[in-house]
Design a protein around this ligand. Structure first.
Ligand code: ES4
Ligand code: ZN
Length: 326
């Protein structure tokens, strides 16, 4: 088989996927109608055309604006189910998906509404699609640490439904150490830890260093800037820290500067995985992300297999599923 067919067919695992980033324009309009919300656009095409972005901060504006159509438990169920269906069609077998409770509680949607909707979709996906999904709760780093801590406390009744915690949103001026206490408490509660060290953000090498040494993360989301620091790179390899790289979103926001980064990380022995980040916004689900890497730097079938395997290897799988997938 050729590499492209192999990419499509190989069983895949996704570790860096914001469920709110799978909100397609058509669903925005359907939920707006259902919830009686007025949108300042005639249709999904116009909305997309008139919401351009050029960096992380400008991307986040449209991302949070569109989320306002998510109100009821059913909305969160429908959002997640739509992604699970698309992912399964691309041979994703296991996914650890991020959700941003504060993007909803901050506008009056209850934490439990979000969790129950997502959980019901996870349970149904296992039954109807044979897709296994775990939830990772992300804190919004541009809100105060106290709000993150309150969110962590709010999650404890749902502890069994959540495998770990992460950190996302606007990184500028919001370093990992801002959340040192929150992540220490999360660890004590048994959550596994990851956080975004987004590409080319100001202070990114310090952020990666803090994530490793102060926070003690189990994985890093993005983290491609380790390629600029041999000591950091060696440590990531030696500690077996997974980097969840997102080739399409990197290209979208950063242009061509990091083209080929996935292959370079792979060649250096990093446990790098390929992920789609916010596929509704960056126009590509997981197979498309692998194809992007292959277009940047041609991959052998063995290299595709390693990239797919790295994701399962660095996933937070329960033992029964580890033996099934690895
Ligand atoms: C995100 Cl690409 C990215 N970076 C940081 N936070 C995010 N939330 C959703 N997508
Ligand atoms: Zn992300």
């Amino acid at each position: 088989t050729d590499v492209a067919s192999f990419i499509a067919a190989v069983p895949k695992c996704e570790l860096h996927l914001h469920i709110e980033g799978t909100l397609e324009g058509e669903l925005v309009f359907e939920l707006a109608r259902r919830n009686g919300i007025d949108l300042p656009y005639a249709d999904a095409d116009q909305m997309k055309r008139e919401s351009p972005f050029h960096d992380l901060a400008s991307f986040l504006v449209g991302y949070y604006r569109n989320m306002q159509v998510l109100v009821t438990e059913r909305d969160f169920y429908d959002l997640a189910t739509a992604y699970f269906t698309r992912a399964t069609a691309q041979n994703v077998r296991y996914a650890e998906i991020f959700f941003d409770p504060q993007a909803h509680t901050s506008r009056g949607v209850e934490f439990g509404t979000v969790l129950r909707g997502l959980r019901r979709a996870v349970v149904d996906a296992r039954r109807t699609l044979d897709l296994h999904v775990s939830l990772i709760m992300c804190f919004l780093r541009d809100f105060p640490a106290e709000y993150a801590m309150a969110t962590l406390m709010e999650s404890l009744p749902y502890r069994e439904w959540i495998v770990g915690v992460g950190l996302d949103s606007d990184e500028r001026g919001n370093p990992p150490v801002k959340f040192e206490k929150v992540f220490a408490r999360a660890r004590a509660e048994g959550y596994l830890l990851t956080m975004h060290c987004d590409v080319d953000q100001p202070g990114t090498l310090d952020h990666i260093r803090q994530a490793l040494d102060v926070i003690g993360v189990d994985r890093i989301d993005h983290g491609v800037n380790v390629l600029e620091d041999p000591a950091l790179l060696a440590e990531v390899v030696q500690r077996g820290i997974g980097l969840t790289v997102c080739p399409i979103s990197n290209g979208f926001v950063r242009g061509s500067a990091w083209e080929g980064a996935t292959k370079r990380l792979l060649d250096t022995g990093v446990l790098v995985s390929v992920n789609s980040d916010d596929p509704a916004y960056f126009d590509g689900y997981l197979t498309d992300c692998f194809l992007r890497v292959h277009r940047e730097t041609p991959l052998s079938i063995a290299e595709v297999r390693t990239l797919a395997r790295n994701a399962f290897e660095t996933a937070w799988l329960p033992t029964t599923l580890r033996t099934r997938f690895l």
